[in-house]
Design a protein around this ligand. Sequence first.
Ligand code: G3H
Ligand code: 13P
Ligand code: ZN
Length: 332
Amino acid sequence: MTSYKELGLVNTREMFKKAVDGGYAIPAFNFNTLEQMQAIIQAAVETKSPVIMQVSKGARNYANGTILRYMAQGAVEYAKELGCPNPQIVLHLDHGDTFELCKDCIDNGFSSVMIDGSSLPYEENIALTKKVVEYAHKYDVTVEAELGVLAGVEDEVASEVSHYTKPEEVIDFSTRSGCDSLAISIGTSHGAYKFTPEQCTRDPKTGKLVPPPLAFDILHEIEKKLPGFPIVLHGSSSVPQDEVDTINKYGGKLPDAVGIPEEQLREASKSAVCKINIDSDSRLAMTAAIRKHFVENPGHFDPRQYLKPARENMKKMYIHKIVDVLGSNDKL
Ligand code: G3H
Ligand code: 13P
Ligand code: ZN
């Protein structure tokens, strides 16, 4: 058993309370590689922001759970070395799908886990979440649950349809499951294709797709039912058009990729939404920089030559999210 406390990590409890009270959201950035981890920590330290580093089941399979745990420990030490004496860093399991996976993470240094029972029948979701909560709370690990189903298809997180969270269920669900935070479905979805062109309108000036708005009415109803309770938004990448254009210009093919407009995320950050998940925007920033580098430097084959601009591009994106969208800067 390795407690996250030994690694210098924190759970989400205090962090979320401050974020809800302060009207901002904590960035939850997915990571799979050293460069993502470095860019996340550099961005968090430079902006004085708390940060959630999250790892999916796929990331654990890709990078190895033990390595990721030591990377998170390294992240804490790296933040201190960069001049942040008291970094607030959470290591979070994203979309845990079984009790066993959550337990394994809790036993191995994670300070927060998500149990995603959103595709299960309601009572089964409660039962599974409760089981994870009972185990996690023994070790002061916080638990995110999900109610409602996100649309979109991305690797192991897949659902064809979106079922918005039903506000009338949230009190019963959170009370009986004991979860510490709740991911809800209000129209976001995973990946770089959040809406089909048919679901969008086209801006007559630019020809770009304009997605339908998020269901803020549902978010506000949920806030009324659960005052001050931490709410989480998944699938919150904005799919920046300049990154998509760069990828397409340098040999990629991402037609009609579309994300959540940043103004809407800015608005959500001011509400009880206190954790905003961003993965695809990091993938896009990394890929755009690498594609451009390869085309402009066909003779390069040292990974450091193309991973350095990739890391810089991700860092720029993380800082932008923290400062201009979520408002979690200057909180340490
Ligand atoms: O919500 C899903 C995250 O973007 C993680 O994706 O399962 O491909 O690592 P992944
Ligand atoms: P995006 O695909 O919009 O980045 O969402 C990531 C996410 O929700 C991770 O859990
Ligand atoms: Zn997600």
